[in-house]
Design a protein around this ligand. Structure first.
Ligand SMILES: Cc1cc2nc3c(=O)[nH]c(=O)nc-3n(C[C@H](O)[C@H](O)[C@H](O)COP(=O)(O)O)c2cc1C
Length: 190
């Protein structure tokens, strides 16, 4: 699909058809998701991919998910990997100190990768959504259930599948409307 149309067609989808996602489609989406930019090319993002029905059910319960997508993707990010990378000779500052980290780049990087999932899904005729935090979000519970190592933080749950537009209820937040381009962009200065 043409890039502009792909971007404009992307929506956070909350209702999915039960049809499974073909393996090849899933593989292509995940391969593209690996092309996210990362600070120092740390590559600190990884995914747990869940298609097993019982496993999905468990994660849905933990996250209080309403949608029953055939694929759940858990993006996980390791802050440690970035710190280790920024202690390497080409990144370390004089005095042997890491940079001050005014911005946690690892969250920037995982967001970039998730956006690739959202767009790649549309490109494959599928849709995805970031789990609404209807209930509590306890990364520790997800980590335990899925055996995620301690230094990786699961940042949420992405649902992936064929969209069921008949059942999908768009977010009431959309009523807020999109801010004007004028407010979005500050030319030359704020
Ligand atoms: C970090 C993040 C958290 C979100 N949390 C929720 C949520 O808890 N419940 C929900 O229904 N949608 C959630 N959304 C989806 C937003 O409501 C949605 O992206 C926004 O309304 C714009 O709609 P669109 O993505 O379909 O263009 C979340 C999106 C992001 C990026």
């Amino acid at each position: 699909m043409d890039f502009t149309r792909t971007v404009l067609a992307r929506r956070m989808i909350r209702a999915f058809k039960p049809n499974p996602v073909p393996r090849e489609k899933l593989k292509r989406i995940l391969s593209l998701a690996q092309h996210y930019p990362s600070a120092g090319y740390s590559q600190e993002v990884t995914y747990v991919v869940i298609t097993n029905k019982e496993k999905r059910e468990k994660v849905r319960k933990l996250r209080d998910l309403r949608s029953d997508a055939p694929v759940l993707l858990i993006p996980c990010v390791s802050e440690n990997i970035v710190h280790d990378r920024y202690r390497e000779p080409d990144k370390i500052r004089s005095g042997g100190k890491e940079i001050d980290w005014p911005i946690p780049f690892w969250y920037f990087d995982v967001g970039c990768s998730c956006m690739l999932i959202f767009l790649a899904a549309v490109n494959e005729g599928l849709a995805a959504g970031f789990a609404g935090s209807v209930g509590i979000f306890n990364p520790g519970l997800l980590r335990k259930e899925l055996g995620i190592p301690e230094h990786y933080e699961p940042v949420g749950v992405l649902s992936l599948g064929y969209p069921d537009f008949g059942k999908d209820i768009p977010s009431p937040s959309l009523k807020r409307g999109r801010r004007s381009l004028k407010d979005f962009i500050h030319r030359e200065e704020w």
